[in-house]
Design a binder for this molecule. Structure first.
Ligand SMILES: NC(=O)c1ccc[n+]([C@@H]2O[C@H](COP(=O)([O-])OP(=O)(O)OC[C@H]3O[C@@H](n4cnc5c(N)ncnc54)[C@H](O)[C@@H]3O)[C@@H](O)[C@H]2O)c1
Length: 360
């Protein structure tokens, strides 16, 4: 019997979730969205047999094993709790929640329900990340002492006045929206426990339409733009490892860079995408490299992987379906999501107070 999944929220990410679940052997049997037109459009595109205007109705009638939550961030926690309470597994879009307190509640509910709770940290499912992680697990780099995580755009604000730029709905700007490289760096470092965080955010361009990106949602007239446009931060872990990070939707950067670079005791390395003139085009550059000292020489090892323009978004959803079927290990855990959100809470608290924050 295949696993039956219902989709909550007919946003753009359904274009990746649905093919991923199917590739993992699951069936997508229902979709619910408060916007019926949006739900019907996705249902027609992917031949989903049942469309609901309410999540409660879908959970009651559709005979599901799992749901995927693809809504604005504010609804991740209540919808995940609703599904877990009904005995369903949950695949939730990133960020896991708005705060560490919220994700703690979600992790506790999953434990109580004995159900799988996973998040779409899709960059872990990129071919480069799979390859690098296998080198790290084989001990190629030794302990990673330090890492730098960057997702920096030049003009990439995803709409003005909509949910992305409204802190009460999104939880924050690029720190929380582009948290993928922070997660990937932590994954490479074996998710150490954070101890101290020092950060500063900037909001110079957050209302400047010259910095709008080519993706996101339409502008909302008289909407709210109360999130940061960029952030710079430093995390020290209890282990003595350190992480530097930069996230930006709008900053005077040369080009969009998405990267994790690290320095280990045996080797350094880098997984990087430099986007091109027009997003992902022929001028984009992908890097997956290890840096070692061998026989008295500095050696750069170029790890060649398959191209994945979807940046792991399909493979990540496939992993959820395969994990439920017991055929693959889950790519992430609720405990890791708690640590990630603790860091994000502390980044915002440090930026607000101007002081280093001890992570609790
Ligand atoms: N992993 C990635 O690469 C990636 C990329 C983009 C967006 N996302 C995440 O995906 C999520 C959705 O983003 P999006 O850009 O698709 O948003 P969107 O605004 O395009 O779509 C969200 C949909 O959810 C519906 N919705 C809102 N509240 C609902 C509720 N309570 N019940 C049912 N439906 C509801 C809306 O009507 C809308 O159709 C966000 O959490 C975002 O951070 C992830």
């Amino acid at each position: 019997m295949s696993i039956k999944i219902g989709i909550i929220g007919a946003g753009g990410m359904t274009n990746y979730h649905i093919p991923g679940f199917i590739a993992g052997g699951a069936e997508v049997v229902a979709i619910a969205d408060v916007n019926q037109v949006a739900a019907q459009r996705v249902a027609d595109k992917f031949n989903i047999p049942a469309v609901y205007d309410s999540v409660a109705k879908m959970i009651k009638s559709a005979k599901l094993d799992a749901v995927s939550v693809v809504t604005p961030n504010k609804f991740h926690k209540p919808l995940a709790l609703q599904a877990l309470a009904a005995g369903l597994h949950v695949f939730c879009e990133k960020p896991p929640a708005l705060t560490a307190a919220e994700i703690r509640a979600m992790a506790a509910a999953a434990k109580k329900a004995k159900k799988t709770l996973m998040f779409n940290f899709n960059n872990r499912a990129r071919p480069e990340a799979y390859a690098m992680r296998s080198y790290l697990e084989a001990g190629a780099a030794g302990r990673i002492n330090s890492a730098q995580a960057l997702w920096i755009r030049r003009t990439g604000i995803p709409g003005f006045g909509g949910w992305f730029t409204t802190k009460a709905l999104s939880g924050g700007g690029p720190v929380i929206d582009l948290l993928h490289m922070i997660d990937l760096a932590l994954y490479f470092m074996d998710y150490p426990d954070p101890e101290w965080v020092l950060a500063q955010t900037f909001n110079d361009f957050i209302a400047d339409k010259g910095f709008k990106g080519p993706w996101g949602i339409p502008d909302v007239a008289n909407g709210v733009n109360d999130v940061e446009a960029s952030a710079h931060g430093f995390v020290r872990f209890k282990s003595g490892q350190v992480l530097f990070l930069r996230n930006a939707w709008a900053e005077m950067n040369k080009r969009e860079e998405v990267s994790v670079t690290f320095q280990g005791q045996k080797a350094g390395g880098c997984v990087k995408r430099l986007f091109g003139r027009d997003g992902l085009d022929e001028t984009s550059i992908d890097t997956c490299e290890l840096y070692t000292q061998e026989n008295g020489c500095s050696v750069n090892r170029d790890i060649v992987t398959a191209a994945d323009p979807a940046m792991g978004r399909v493979r990540s959803a496939q992993n959820f379906a395969l994990a439920l079927a017991g055929k693959e290990k889950p790519l992430n855990t609720p405990g890791q999501a708690v640590k990630l959100m603790q860091i994000i809470d502390a980044l915002y608290a440090s930026a607000k107070s101007g002081k280093p924050i001890k992570v609790k």
